[in-house]
Design a protein around this ligand. Structure first.
Ligand SMILES: Cc1cc2nc3c(=O)[nH]c(=O)nc-3n(C[C@H](O)[C@H](O)[C@H](O)COP(=O)(O)OP(=O)(O)OC[C@H]3O[C@@H](n4cnc5c(N)ncnc54)[C@H](O)[C@@H]3O)c2cc1C
Length: 327
């Protein structure tokens, strides 16, 4: 593909990636493209992971620090734009939509990550400001399958394995275990933030909507509409709550009245791996890459480039010291 990074000093290694969510698979693709031998081990296969639940709108949500997140998001935006352009089977497309607010807003902190942002004047009732922009949207089951296909065609493997500790026997292990890093990274600062989504029948919606004040969003896909959400810190239950479903549907219908009466097809819950800051650093023979919060899709390609640099020569692109992203 024409979007691989160039100019890195490479030493070919045997790499084990732990985790087959969007972060682990994207890292695996980039590492394989860089010429490494890569095996992915995961307890949950891609369609069983949190990543499969993501809406999945490119949007830097619940992930820090802001400067690194903006940079990773900008890289990911460009790569997903190129994928949407070149591969219609990837499940990724560019879609215009609007983030709305009840008060006048300044530009978002991640402004430099998107090519264009327009103040919106045609707003739903109850809102007084909004930003309209075009952003990548991924139909996650399709996109995760596409990523697995890339891993396999580049010669990587994917094996189900429930690990009690990071594996041995590789030159480098890349820890993309999300919430699993509580065990595999002995890191209690990564916590679940529970999110519930509903899938509604498509009613002809062709743009996304997001309420900047809270976890309400409406993201159309080819055959359904993902409607969310919730944001419950420290909650581990993966069972959808009927009360949350009613609340989500009410909020979403206020935001997009055209959803009224649309049939609910199914519901899902995912646990966002939230951390005070994304952990992307090399410690000995382990590169940690987890804690992407509500933005794993949004950060995936930017983080993967940095992982490749850390695997190759132990230094972040641009010479930043390992650990610099870990706040
Ligand atoms: C409702 C909801 C909506 C979201 N919407 C968006 C969105 O619109 N845009 C966006 O960018 N992000 C969104 N997110 C966030 C996004 O889903 C996460 O940031 C992302 O999935 C994190 O990816 P990951 O690969 O790090 O983790 P995961 O997808 O959780 O994958 C972790 C992997 O590690 C494996 N693992 C863990 N422990 C072990 C172990 N002991 N042994 C072996 N393997 C192990 C797991 O089995 C799994 O394969 C949303 C999340 C939710 C819940």
């Amino acid at each position: 593909m024409g979007y691989a990074p160039v100019g890195q000093t490479l030493r070919m290694s045997r790499v084990i990636v732990v985790g087959a969510g969007v972060v682990g698979l994207t890292c695996a693709v980039r590492l394989l493209e860089a010429g490494h031998r890569v095996d992915v081990f995961a307890r949950d296969l891609p369609l069983e992971s949190t990543s499969a639940v993501a809406a999945a709108l490119w949007y830097p949500y619940r992930a820090l620090p802001q400067d690194r997140v903006t940079s990773w998001s900008a890289t990911t935006y460009a790569v997903l734009d190129a994928i949407a352009d070149t591969d219609p089977d990837s499940g990724v497309r560019m879609l215009e939509g609007t983030e709305v607010f009840t008060r006048r807003q300044g530009e978002p902190w991640w402004r430099s990550a998107v090519p264009a942002l327009d103040r919106e004047t045609a707003l739903p009732a109850g809102y007084s400001d909004g930003w309209t922009f075009t952003t990548p949207v991924a139909d996650m089951p399709v996109y995760l399958r596409w990523l697995v296909g890339r891993v396999e065609e580049l010669g990587g493997t994917l094996t189900r394995l429930n690990l009690r500790a990071l594996p041995e026997g590789a030159d480098v292990v890349v820890n993309c275990s999300g919430l699993g890093a509580r065990l595999l990274g002995s890191d209690r600062t990564v916590v679940p933030v529970r999110g519930q989504v509903l899938y509604l029948e498509q009613v002809g919606l062709d743009r996304w909507w997001l309420d900047g004040a809270g976890p309400t969003y409406v993201v159309p896909r080819a055959h359904d509409i993902v409607v969310g959400g919730s944001d419950e810190e420290g909650e581990w239950s993966r069972t959808p709550s009927p009360e949350s479903a009613t609340d989500i549907l009410e909020r979403a219908t206020r935001l997009v009245p055209a959803l009224r009466g649309a049939k609910v097809l199914r519901q899902k819950v995912g646990l966002r791996p939230v951390r005070p800051a994304v952990r992307l650093e090399r410690t000995g023979d382990v590169v940690h890459c987890y804690g992407h919060g509500g933005a794993g899709v949004t950060l995936s390609w930017g983080c993967a480039d940095e992982v490749v640099a850390l695997v190759a020569n132990g230094a972040a692109p641009g010479g930043a010291a390992p650990g610099g992203a870990d706040g």
